[in-house]
Ligand binder design. Structure first.
Ligand SMILES: NC(=O)c1ccc[n+]([C@@H]2O[C@H](COP(=O)([O-])OP(=O)(O)OC[C@H]3O[C@@H](n4cnc5c(N)ncnc54)[C@H](O)[C@@H]3O)[C@@H](O)[C@H]2O)c1
Length: 250
């Protein structure tokens, strides 16, 4: 399939996990992909993987928690490719599963900045360009944005915020032909917990909590992201699609 031939697609957090799988999948379907991440070495590795597969991409360094950085990403993309068709706001961080009383100001601020403000900054800067292409936005939320105890306090609050952004912005910009949707992954095998402490037993807990009885793979999130961004989803906006092996069905 070549659903994204010559479409210009930004994927944040594309240096690893879900973002990398998503960037590779868009490139396989003909998109010009802007691989964006805060860790340059990882982003460049994704770029190399796309180029090795004869895909079309560039790498841009970004900190989605900083408004100037996100604005530069969007402006740089339009300067390089002349347009923007799809904005995937995927970059995110965990919060060490800290409960409210143990959440420091620093953790609270950074998790909200990256996970929630990052999606807002991306949407605000992308919308004028997406209105011209009748493009779409896909945000990576989480099952933590649909109920408690799938993350700590800051992470859960940030992902509830993303769910709210999706609904609100979808309604605001539908008249301009821009669709806004999100994915709510369950437990996916990525690097997101690589730097965390207090994760003992989390893997076993996640598997036990998931009716399908296993972690999902990043590619199993990339496929629904591409679906939501594609014309196959032309009548879908304001949807937060659970891809969680049944986690929130219980
Ligand atoms: N893995 C899961 O189980 C799971 C479940 C639900 C939701 N999610 C969400 O999926 C998204 C992707 O996470 P992942 O699991 O692939 O993790 P990951 O750690 O493998 O990838 C996240 C990427 O985002 C980048 N990143 C972090 N902070 C950034 C910033 N400020 N600016 C730009 N890039 C930044 C990282 O460098 C990394 O490359 C996140 O929003 C996460 O909250 C993951």
């Amino acid at each position: 399939m070549n659903r994204f031939q010559d479409k210009v697609v930004i994927v944040t957090g594309a240096g690893s996990g879900i973002g990398r799988a998503t960037a590779l999948a868009f490139a396989r379907e003909g998109a010009k992909v802007v691989v964006a991440d805060i860790i340059d070495a990882d982003g460049r590795e994704t770029l190399a993987l796309i180029e090795a597969a004869k895909g079309n991409a560039i790498y841009t360094s970004v900190d989605v928690g900083k408004v100037e950085s996100v604005n530069a990403l969007i402006n740089g993309t339009v300067a390089a490719f002349g347009k923007l068709d799809v904005m995937v706001s995927n970059a995110g961080i965990l919060d060490s599963f800290s409960f409210c009383a143990d959440t420091t100001d620093e953790v609270w601020k950074r998790v909200i900045d990256v996970n929630l403000s990052g999606c807002f900054y991306g949407a605000r800067a992308a919308l004028p360009h997406l209105a011209k292409t009748k493009g779409s936005i896909v945000m990576t939320a989480s099952v933590a944005g649909l109920g408690a105890m799938a993350g700590g306090t800051a992470y859960t609050a940030s992902k509830y915020g993303v769910a709210g952004l999706i609904n609100q912005i979808a309604c605001e910009c539908a008249a301009q032909g821009v669709r806004v949707n999100g994915i709510a992954p369950g437990a996916i095998r990525t690097n997101i917990s690589r730097d965390l402490k207090n994760t003992e037993g989390v893997v076993e807990w996640a598997i036990k909590t998931t009716p399908l009885g296993r972690f999902g793979e990043p590619e199993e999130i990339a496929k629904p992201i591409l679906f939501l961004a594609s014309d196959d989803a032309s009548f879908i906006t304001g949807t937060l699609l659970r891809v969680d092996g049944g986690w929130r069905s219980k």
